[in-house]
Design a protein around this ligand. Structure first.
Ligand SMILES: *[C@@H]1O[C@H](CO)[C@@H](O)[C@H](O)[C@H]1NC(C)=O
Ligand SMILES: *[C@@H]1O[C@H](CO)[C@@H](O)[C@H](O)[C@H]1NC(C)=O
Ligand SMILES: *[C@@H]1O[C@H](CO)[C@@H](O)[C@H](O)[C@H]1NC(C)=O
Ligand SMILES: *[C@@H]1O[C@H](CO)[C@@H](O)[C@H](O)[C@H]1NC(C)=O
Length: 349
């Protein structure tokens, strides 16, 4: 069931992944190699000084780097100054850093390192699951990371959502910018995800959301947690998204949904047009459970059953989404959309 190993469909809106990897690999490796070289001999004197006779203690690299490392400023992940209007771009998360789309209609990202932040790395100190203002972030030069921090190589997706990672609809909106990033960057997959809600650490995604995130970003979702999250972690490269799908054009969203559908079908081993006969109409009523479920599901179902009886070839099926596996849901919702008439009831919001 490895989504990587299956070829993409012809009609897939994204480029073939393998050819892009060769382009991408050197970009990933260059900073690593530079860092390796740097760490070979950290005490090697380098020319901070205008001339050898310039006798400031700043000429001593060890002293200089120590000063840099001590001057790193950590700011709260959740900036309470914006708490009166947190949903306007979710700007209370990493409020000192601007996010922007690559072009009109694309998701808003903060990319780190980048030239606009002097190529500094993102460092996060976050273990509080209840109060985002007690978690913090900083920017640091790779040669002078904070004391006692852990350097995490590779790519990290950092997500902050106003909602959550369990509800299907909200989770989908949260992973959409990352699925787009994956498609637009040669199908590169992140090493890990760091998940937040209002700056509070989240340890995981719901099963459905996680499976969809995995098929649409091309790899296992590994969430930063436990020991890693307890101290300061610094990311070789990070992409931060804090607005869900806000800013994405409908066209761009459709493209990402197409990618998700196509990948989910491959993952679940479904033919694009498999199952069902033309002329059949099958209604599937997906009921949610819990406090927002219908008071009387029998009565609601009765309405649809009566209407269905009046149409030839119509059948109604009642399911609870919590009773279905990911692939059963894909089968219902995605695989046969051109034949089946699907009704989602009371499920997402
Ligand atoms: C730089 O400073 C450190 C600590 O103060 C000292 O141990 C080291 O010898 C100095 N190096 C040079 C080249 O002066
Ligand atoms: C780093 O961690 C050690 C052990 O926990 C501690 O003794 C030391 O003071 C820390 N260094 C800094 C600069 O915080
Ligand atoms: C639910 O609706 C059905 C059909 O309208 C009705 O027979 C039944 O008594 C209702 N149940 C409750 C608990 O109200
Ligand atoms: C969901 O599953 C439970 C047990 O696994 C079963 O009793 C129930 O009838 C199922 N509900 C639906 C709507 O399929």
């Amino acid at each position: 069931m490895n989504p990587n190993s299956t070829p993409l469909e012809q009609k897939s809106p994204i480029p073939k992944c393998s050819s892009f990897l060769f382009l991408f690999l050197p970009i990933l490796l260059t900073p690593l190699i530079l860092l390796q070289l740097q760490s070979l001999n950290p005490s090697l004197p380098i020319s901070f000084c205008p001339s050898p006779s310039f006798s400031s203690h700043l000429c001593n690299q060890t002293t200089f780097l120590s000063m840099l490392r001590h001057s790193i400023t950590f700011l709260p992940l959740k900036d309470l100054r914006f708490s009166h209007n947190p949903m306007a771009g979710n700007t209370w998360f990493m409020s000192s850093l601007p996010d922007s789309p690559d072009s009109v209609g694309e998701p808003y990202y903060i990319r780190l390192p980048s030239t606009s932040t002097n190529n500094r790395l993102l460092c996060i100190s976050a273990s509080d699951p209840h109060d985002g203002s007690r978690n913090s972030y900083a920017l640091a030069y790779p040669e002078a990371l904070p004391y006692n921090s852990t350097f995490l190589p590779g790519f990290t997706f950092v997500s902050d959502t106003f909602y959550d990672y369990n509800n299907l609809w909200h989770g989908l909106a949260a992973i959409l910018p990352f699925a787009r990033w994956h498609a637009a960057n040669g199908c590169a997959s992140p090493e890990r995800w760091f998940l937040f809600h209002w700056g509070e650490v989240r340890k995981g995604m719901g099963m459905w959301v996680r499976t969809l995130a995995e098929v649409s970003t091309g790899g296992k979702v590994r969430v930063v947690e436990g020991g890693e999250a307890a101290g300061v972690v610094c990311f070789e490269e990070a992409v931060v998204a804090r607005r869900n799908d806000v800013g994405m054009s409908n066209e761009r969203k459709e493209e990402v949904y197409d990618l998700m559908r196509s990948r989910a079908r491959i993952y679940c081993g479904l033919e694009r047009n498999g199952g069902g006969n033309l002329g059949e109409i099958r209604m599937t009523l997906l009921f949610r459970v819990g406090s927002r479920s219908f008071k009387n599901e029998t009565a609601v179902a009765g309405v649809f059953e009566r209407e269905c009886e009046r149409v030839d070839g119509c059948r109604v099926r009642l399911v609870r989404s919590s009773n279905l596996t990911f692939c059963e849901q894909v089968w219902f919702a995605l695989a046969n959309l051109h034949i089946y008439h699907i009704v989602f009831i009371n499920l997402y919001i």
